[in-house]
Design a protein around this ligand. Structure first.
Ligand code: TXA
Ligand code: MG
Length: 347
């Protein structure tokens, strides 16, 4: 086992040592199928408080509780598991879907940011599941990045942000999906999508028949997102050091607009982030390929990593190609709009 700035780095075979730290109320980052999470005992106020401190996270931004078995949700919510929740659990768990329901008394206020609801998900990753089961505790786990930075999809990202601030990190290589779980609020009359993610709106609609989409999900404006109910939606998010501009519209118009912006910014160190389909359009520029528009998972996997790479290169301004809002595109565009701090050029 290696150690970096006092933070222990565990391999998948050293999960036992990681569980011991968690049982002592310490913080351990671990891989999930979406992004790395920063775990702590969700029922231990002191441990959860330490998560907020390590991340520099505002205390009114509630955490998702991760469980190892479907039935474990019963302990964390008040009343019985509603039928709609059961339906979604059967269909999508383990997987990238977080359910919001009224919370049980035993869940500390600090975990839910003072709300009377709780967010729960069962992740679909062998290391995450093993860690939760062997620890025997529900684990509160926000993404394992410093608050405001792009979410971590590689163990190197976690080390960069949190080494020296937490007790341990379990190395699971690259995470699968690259964007976080879908968050759906089932505590309201009509199920409401609060954050798009790995399980798509279209898939949820097919199961539920009726869903509201919180306006902030598709929001292009910062002030709309301030009124958000999910407190996590109102802060600057996923943002690299560089200024980010997102160009939205039809593909050929986006292509030309990016060319125009490259020329207009010759005095700056520019980075360009586009789909494979536009790969050959900007020869001579610093171009990174997000993936193919025919395979959105390639794109969701790469966006946070590429934003961090541009920062390392000292790029000052990043121009990003916007995508359609269908399927995983909704989650990808939600993250990109936030990373651009809603600086969007429509063509
Ligand atoms: O994929 C994921 O969900 C990752 C991995 C690690 O599991 N976790 C993650 O956690 O993205 P975090 O803390 O970065 O995002 C949690 C989101 C925030 O937007 C937060 O506001 C929302 O879930 N949330 C948590 N509890 C809530 C509640 N009771 N009501 C409304 N929104 C809630
Ligand atoms: Mg996060």
């Amino acid at each position: 086992m290696r150690s970096i700035k006092g933070t222990k780095l565990f391999s998948a075979k050293e999960i036992k040592e990681a569980t011991e730290l968690l049982r002592e109320g310490k913080l351990v980052a671990f891989p999930t199928e979406t992004v790395y999470g920063l775990g702590a005992n969700a029922l231990d106020e002191g441990a959860v408080k330490a998560i907020f401190t390590a991340k520099g996270r505002p205390s009114d931004n509630p955490l998702i509780i991760h469980i190892g078995e479907e039935e474990d949700i019963e302990d964390l919510i008040s009343g019985r598991v509603p039928q709609l929740a059961e339906k979604l659990i059967n269909k999508f768990w383990p997987g990238p879907l977080t359910l919001i329901l009224p919370k049980a008394k035993k869940v500390p206020d600090i975990t839910t940011g003072g709300l009377n609801t709780v967010a729960v998900r069962m992740p679909n990753h062998p290391i995450a599941l093993k860690l939760i089961k062997e620890t025997g505790l529900p684990l509160a786990a926000p993404s394992a990045n410093l608050s405001g930075k792009p979410s971590p999809t590689l163990v190197e990202h976690v080390i960069e942000d949190l080494a020296g601030r937490i007790a341990g990190i379990v190395d699971g290589g690259q995470t699968g999906l690259g964007v976080e779980s879908t968050v759906i609020d089932l505590s309201r009359e009509v199920p409401t999508l609060l954050r798009p993610g790995g399980v798509t709106y279209e898939e949820l609609l097919e199961e539920l028949g009726e869903i509201e989409i919180d306006p902030v999900v598709k929001s292009k404006f910062a002030d709309e997102s301030k009124a958000a109910i999910s407190p996590g939606m109102k802060y600057r998010h996923y943002a690299p050091q560089a200024e980010v501009v997102l160009i939205e519209g039809k593909e050929d118009k986006i292509k030309d607009k990016i060319k125009e912006l490259i020329t207009a910014n010759v005095d700056k160190k520019i980075g360009v982030m586009v789909s494979k389909e536009l790969e050959d359009s900007y020869l001579g520029s610093n171009v990174k390929i997000m993936g193919s528009k025919d395979n959105l998972i390639e794109i969701s996997q790469s966006i946070f990593k590429l934003l961090r790479e541009f920062d390392e290169e000292g790029v000052e301004k990043i121009l990003i190609e916007g995508l359609q809002l269908e399927g995983l595109g909704l989650a990808i565009m939600n993250r990109l709009r936030k990373s651009a701090a809603y600086q969007i050029v429509e063509v």
